[in-house]
Design a protein around this ligand. Structure first.
Ligand SMILES: [Zn+2]
Length: 502
């Protein structure tokens, strides 16, 4: 693989080499579920979805873990405000802990609803903080035992001075970070940057038993506990927004490496900020947009196109003008798809083996730290080429079929939607796509989404059905087909299974 990625830890680009062959472990910090998803979330998760899709295109199997922070101050505050309301809708007295769970569950569903519209593939696993309390306690206990953490009246703090390379990710130095006007100093802390691992419960607050009394975990410790549990002590990629570099990711490194004595994540990838009309997005400036509001005005596919039109590490400026440009780009893709629809017979000829110049250019851009603006430029060169060939009647033969096949395949790599018109044109199965069978449980979970399944999930299920059929597991294959047929038209053709929403 000649993919080069910018690693925040090394402050430069380097060759990406997964530790274990073609399996990539990727942990992405998820949302704190207490409010609607906004553009900043869309940017982060579209970025890491793009990273994952490209790695899969390169033949990797990506173990993508993304957490939900389902307990924190903001969730508790919201639970307090809505407790009364929830009491009425449930018809019984509920505790603050239960109310917090309601709030978290509600916004987890909202997260899926809006991220699915952006064609973001679902992570392999979405662990929740509240389901990993014992792992966190174990980690904190070990850190105390090693002398890296100390207790202070029911709270537990991590001692940053016990981790010699503290600051290696953000480039900050401990002695430059002695008390300043902006640092809120808790007298119990040995250093102002010491951070909380375990918080003593305040009255009524949701809490869990621990060796230090009733309390709940700090934010940073949850990501260490969940990534180590699901990906191991060292893994390939850790991702998140640039705003998380300090202190969140710096602290994750300090506590994880103190605990394991091994390097934590090897590549740290961070996406850039979103501004609105060149101003910082904030609720107080009134330029804060939720995805719900944006999707009322724009097709989510155009929003995704807009987001990948800028390199993931650069700041991106949202404005109606920019969005309108993306709407036009999307229209050009759809127009091309409409023309291709009439060429079914021509495109049935087997695609030739060699790759087109477009494919190579596309890969060159993507291999350069996922340069999506460059790759998107190639997609539109492709559109121009296909249009010219159609206009000149040069659509017969393997060359054209091959070019169209790649065109469709690489749009999927960017998650740029392929309309129903060309869905059925793809003549060969993506050989580089490494698929593993899902468990019955995972399949049932997806099937239960019914009509809410996004395109990539439907494709995944279609592949799972094919895998089941190849193993002569007719029962499983039929179960998938019957459930999908409730809202899809599915047809088996010699080129594979094609589907269309009803
Ligand atoms: Zn995190």
């Amino acid at each position: 693989m000649n993919l080069r990625v910018y690693n925040t830890l090394k402050k430069g680009k380097e060759l990406f080499i997964p530790a274990e062959g073609k399996t990539v472990g990727m942990y992405v910090c998820g949302v704190t579920v207490y409010d609607d998803c906004h553009l900043g979330h869309a940017r982060a998760y579209v970025s890491f979805d793009m990273v994952r899709r490209y790695l899969e295109y390169k033949g990797c199997r990506v173990e993508h873990i993304q957490n939900f922070t389902d307990i924190d101050d903001k969730i508790i505050a919201k639970a307090r405000t809505h407790k009364e309301e929830l009491y009425h809708s449930e018809g019984k007295e509920i505790t603050l802990k239960e109310a917090a769970r309601f709030i978290a569950e509600k916004y987890i569903q909202e997260y899926f609803r809006y991220m699915d519209k952006l064609s973001i593939k679902r992570a392999t696993l979405f662990p929740k903080a509240t389901e990993h309390i014992s792992e966190m306690i174990e980690l904190v206990e070990a850190l105390i035992k090693k002398g890296c953490a100390y207790t202070a009246g029911g709270d537990v703090f991590f001692s940053v001075e016990k981790f010699p390379s503290y600051g290696k990710l953000s480039g900050r130095k401990l002695d430059e970070m002695r008390p300043g006007a902006r640092v809120d100093v808790d007298e119990r802390k040995r250093h102002p940057l010491d951070f909380v691992l375990w918080k003593k419960a305040k009255e009524e607050e949701p809490s869990w038993e621990s060796p230090w009394g009733e309390g709940r975990p700090g934010w940073h410790i949850e990501c260490s506990a969940m990534s180590i549990k699901h990906l191991g002590e060292s893994f390939d990629i850790h991702g998140g927004g640039q705003d998380l570099i300090f202190p969140h990711h710096e602290n994750e490194i300090a506590q994880s490496e103190s605990y394991t004595g091994k390097p934590f994540a090897r590549y740290w990838l961070h996406n850039g900020f979103v501004t609105i009309n060149r101003e910082k997005m904030s609720k107080s400036l009134g330029n804060f947009f939720t995805l719900k509001e944006i999707f009322e005005k724009y097709d989510p596919a155009a929003v995704r196109l807009f987001l990948i039109s800028t390199h993931y590490r650069h700041p991106i400026d949202f404005s109606d003008d920019e969005l309108k440009k993306s709407v036009k780009k999307l229209e050009r893709l759809k127009e091309c798809d409409r023309k291709l629809r009439n060429l079914r017979e021509e495109l049935d000829s087997p695609a030739q083996g060699k790759s087109s110049k477009f494919l190579k250019e596309f890969e060159n851009h993507m291999d350069n730290d996922f340069n999506t603006p460059g790759a998107l430029g190639v997609i539109f060169d492709w559109v121009r080429h296909i249009n010219t060939e159609i206009d000149n009647g040069r659509t017969k033969g393997a060359d054209f079929a091959g070019v169209v096949d790649e065109f469709v395949r690489l749009r999927k790599v960017l998650g740029v939607p392929v309309t129903d018109e060309v869905q059925h044109l793809q003549t060969k199965r993506d050989e580089t796509d490494v698929r593993k069978p899902m468990s019955d449980e995972e399949i049932e979970k997806l099937l239960s989404l019914g009509e809410n399944l996004c395109d990539s999930e439907i494709e995944e299920l279609v592949i799972q059905r094919e895998l089941a059929r190849s193993k002569q597991d007719w029962q499983k294959a039929d179960r998938i087909r019957i459930k999908l047929s409730e809202f899809l038209r599915i047809q088996d053709t010699p080129e594979g299974t094609v589907w269309k929403r009803r």
